[in-house]
Design a protein around this ligand. Structure first.
Ligand code: 5AD
Length: 341
């Protein structure tokens, strides 16, 4: 694993040839540890209701211009069946942090999806550990919870704690591992107020936590959720954008060689298919096609103009694309080999 100075050196590297060298090293580590398969995860954004007021996110509770929805269990099952028919081995259930969503409701949805024989990943934000354990008992396999930034002061500013609670995602991640989840986290790159030092800390923390999945994306400002933090002076502020996000993907691969790492939708939003390819070529081995029905998808606007990896009728073009970059679609669940330690 790289040390603090080496990570800092890469984050500040501007020479395109050197950056290409970083990507190549990460790509080699990816190949050696998780091979050439690209696993597809069917993403279902089943509710945009949220109790939180995160400064970066378009579906925060304070954004009153959002029309709220929650899909029915039947609608969710339709999407899950589509994932199965497309050959995906995993369904990702994502929602805003909808605290009014009853635990039994979620347990029932997990149970139904598990009957299809796929892995279930939850991305539901911070919920009481007692609930998270019930989801595990119902068959949920994996949990995603980005810590967004390890800079505690910045995190508090962009992700206000709920009254009477202190949001501690790093502690939750440790508990998720203890409960037996394949555990994923990650950060936003280019948050106003985010320093290079803090991103070095984030990457070191990926390794310390021994994460099984890592998602990294550039911060994309949402007009109705402008973060209320001044950027740091030039040279200290981490820029957003594809290149910086890809550097962090590459460094994440080095920190957790056996993790499953997506080429994220946020990267594709800034640079389309080229961005997706770039992510796959600098350490990523996962894609998350969106299976949310169109009428809901447009209401799940965590940031504007979210890219869509079209899933239907696109199987052949996906296969062709993978071939051009020396990859192929993974079959089965695609569990992280990191789960063994
Ligand atoms: N830009 C990019 N990514 C965002 N996310 C939330 N808001 C934004 C934004 N404005 C990411 C967060 C969250 C994940 C589900 O989406 O990192 O954890």
């Amino acid at each position: 694993m790289l040390n603090r100075e080496e990570i800092m050196g890469w984050l500040r590297e501007n020479d395109p040839e050197r950056v290409a060298e970083l990507y190549k090293q990460a790509d080699d580590i990816r190949r050696e540890n998780v091979g050439n398969a690209v696993y597809l995860r069917g993403l279902i954004e089943f509710s945009n209701m949220c109790s939180r007021n995160c400064g970066y996110c378009g579906i925060r509770i304070g954004n009153s211009s959002v029309k709220r929805y929650r899909m029915s269990p039947d609608e969710i099952m339709q999407c899950a069946k589509k994932a199965v028919s497309l050959g995906y081995g995993t369904v990702v259930l994502q929602a805003g942090e909808d605290r009014s969503l009853p635990v039994e409701w979620i347990v029932d949805v997990i149970t139904q999806i598990k009957s299809l024989g796929v892995a279930v990943t939850l991305s539901l934000g911070e919920r009481p550990m007692a609930e998270i354990k019930k989801f595990k008992q119902a068959g949920a396999d994996r949990y995603l919870l980005r810590f967004e930034t390890s800079d505690r002061d910045l995190f508090e500013k962009i992700h206000p704690s709920l009254p009477g609670e202190r949001s501690d995602r790093i502690q939750i991640l440790r508990e998720l591992k203890e409960v037996g989840y394949e555990t994923g986290s990650g950060i936003l790159v280019g948050i106003p107020g985010q320093s290079y030092e803090s991103v070095v800390d984030d990457i070191l923390l990926f390794g310390d936590l021994g994460l099984h999945m890592l998602g990294v994306g550039p911060y994309i400002a949402h007009p109705q959720s402008p973060i209320d933090v001044e950027p740091l002076p030039e040279g200290q502020q981490v820029p957003t954008g594809v290149e910086m996000a890809c550097k962090v993907v590459a460094l994440a691969r080095m920190a957790c060689p056996k993790a499953n790492i997506p080429s994220t939708t946020a990267i594709a939003t800034l640079d389309g298919i080229a961005g997706r390819t770039q992510g796959l070529n600098c350490g990523a081995n996962i894609l998350m096609p969106n299976l949310t029905p169109q009428k809901y998808r447009e209401l799940y606007e965590i940031y504007p103009s979210k890219a869509v990896l079209s899933e239907e009728g696109a199987a052949q073009s996906l296969a062709d694309w993978f071939k051009t970059i020396g990859r192929y679609q993974g079959e089965g669940r695609g569990d992280s080999p990191a789960m063994c330690h």
